[in-house]
Write a protein that binds this ligand. Structure first.
Ligand SMILES: NC(=O)c1ccc[n+]([C@@H]2O[C@H](COP(=O)([O-])OP(=O)(O)OC[C@H]3O[C@@H](n4cnc5c(N)ncnc54)[C@H](OP(=O)(O)O)[C@@H]3O)[C@@H](O)[C@H]2O)c1
Length: 383
């Protein structure tokens, strides 16, 4: 029996993790859960899963929740309490599924404590790739990717990297694959969040529409698999059936396929190296044909290019990219800037922040703060 801690339990990945765990009560016990403010959803989860510990980052939400939850569950609050459950000696596996850079510190705590980290929070690697991977190695932690593309590559590379020439991430192209740049100007947040294949939280849905999500995934892949940027590329595949591919010098290519449903990826991270029932139907290739592939349009999806450039630049450029994107997406979701402004604002921010190394957690956090402040100022000045 494995004790699971889910950071970001009320979100889309959290929900799917609980759904897989429910199918295997003999294998997984829900030990601890966390959320930010959503105490109503957390109350329902507590009734169903009876966790030992719950962290609500928001103090008020924790206070309200404590009125509705029985004695079996201890309720903590505050951002530091996330580290407690991530590193708790009764936790075996940590699902790191908080959205945004705020999830980085607790993922690192899990790594320091030598846990199995099921990493959905790609920001941990985007901000602190070198530090995070070193911490995983130093503490014999296990790092299993929870992103369909990285899980696919992880599976394809099970027999090693001998003869590997490149890895190729597939991208659905999001809801605006065939929309002209002119029309993108007037896109609403709801339209941007209406993803054709995947059901996800709003922030990552916008990232998917701008293709920044793929950009962050390139950086994530670089760190996870220790592959240089020049050996990573992206192909658009609107059906999201091939999740990613690896290419070898003998001319062969290995891909991993499946229906687009995160429960497959999550169940693999929970059961690795075995495979268990996830509740996802088997793939029917005939009903999904034809499968299409396109090269990405880097003019239309400028964010993808920005991520490649930030990775090549290294140091704090990736943290700046991420912070500028998080701030800009929030403004967009609040109807304060247009869809196309997101990439412009990121570009301004990247051009404004000085380049430094990202060698310590303090330096990374400081840069994140400066980049956010700069992005707010740029938005106020230019929009
Ligand atoms: N969804 C997918 O299919 C998918 C696929 C691959 C990777 N990912 C990655 O997985 C992560 C989670 O994505 P998601 O789609 O599940 O996001 P989501 O649905 O928006 O859920 C986010 C979770 O994080 C919590 N949270 C938000 N702000 C927080 C804060 N300041 N402090 C602590 N917790 C906070 C939320 O709590 P409240 O509910 O209280 O706000 C919620 O539990 C992201 O990094 C995303 O890029 C997602």
């Amino acid at each position: 029996m494995k004790n699971i801690t889910i950071l970001g339990a009320t979100g889309s990945i959290g929900n799917n993790t609980l759904s897989v765990a429910s199918l295997h009560p003999d294998k997984f016990n829900i030990f601890a859960l966390s959320a930010n403010t959503n105490w109503r959803k957390m109350q329902t989860l507590c009734e169903k899963f009876q966790p030992n510990i719950v962290v609500m980052v928001d103090k008020k939400a924790a206070r309200i929740l404590s009125k509705f939850v029985g004695n079996k569950t201890q309720i903590l609050h505050g951002i530091d309490a996330l580290n407690i459950i991530a590193a708790h000696n009764e936790t075996d596996y940590v699902m790191a599924a908080i959205v945004g850079s705020v999830g980085m510190a607790s993922s690192l705590s899990a790594a320091k404590a030598g846990k199995r980290i099921m990493l959905a929070n790609k920001e941990s690697l985007v901000l602190a790739g070198d530090l995070f991977m070193q911490t995983v190695r130093d503490n014999n932690a296990e790092l299993i990717p929870v992103d369909s593309e990285h899980s696919a590559i992880f599976q394809c590379l099970q027999s090693g990297k001998s003869g590997l020439t490149k890895i190729q991430l597939t991208a659905s192209g999001g809801p605006f694959l065939h929309t002209s740049i002119e029309k993108l100007q007037n896109i609403t947040p709801d339209e941007a969040c209406d993803h054709p294949n995947w059901s996800m939280g709003r922030k990552i849905s916008v990232d998917s529409a701008t293709m920044m999500n793929k950009g962050l995934e390139i950086i994530e892949a670089h760190y996870l698999f220790n592959i240089p940027a020049k050996n990573i590329d992206v192909v658009i595949h609107p059906q999201s059936i091939i999740h990613s591919s690896v290419y070898y010098e003998d001319g062969s290519t290995l891909s991993q396929l499946g229906n687009p449903d995160m429960r497959t990826v999550i169940s693999y991270a929970m059961s690795y190296p075995d495979k268990i029932f996830s509740g996802v139907e088997s793939l029917d290739l005939v009903s999904n044909s034809p499968l299409e592939f396109y090269a990405p349009d880097l003019n239309k999806f400028a964010c993808l290019n920005q991520a490649f450039e930030a990775l090549k630049q290294g140091g704090n450029a990736m943290g700046t990219l991420n912070a500028a994107n998080e701030v800009a997406v929030e403004y967009f979701l609040n109807n304060q800037i247009s869809f196309l402004d997101i990439a412009k604002i990121i570009q301004y921010t990247l051009g404004t922040i000085q380049h430094t190394n990202a060698s310590s957690l303090e330096a990374i956090v400081a840069n994140d703060k400066i980049a956010r402040k700069t992005t707010h100022e740029i938005i106020k000045r230019y929009v």
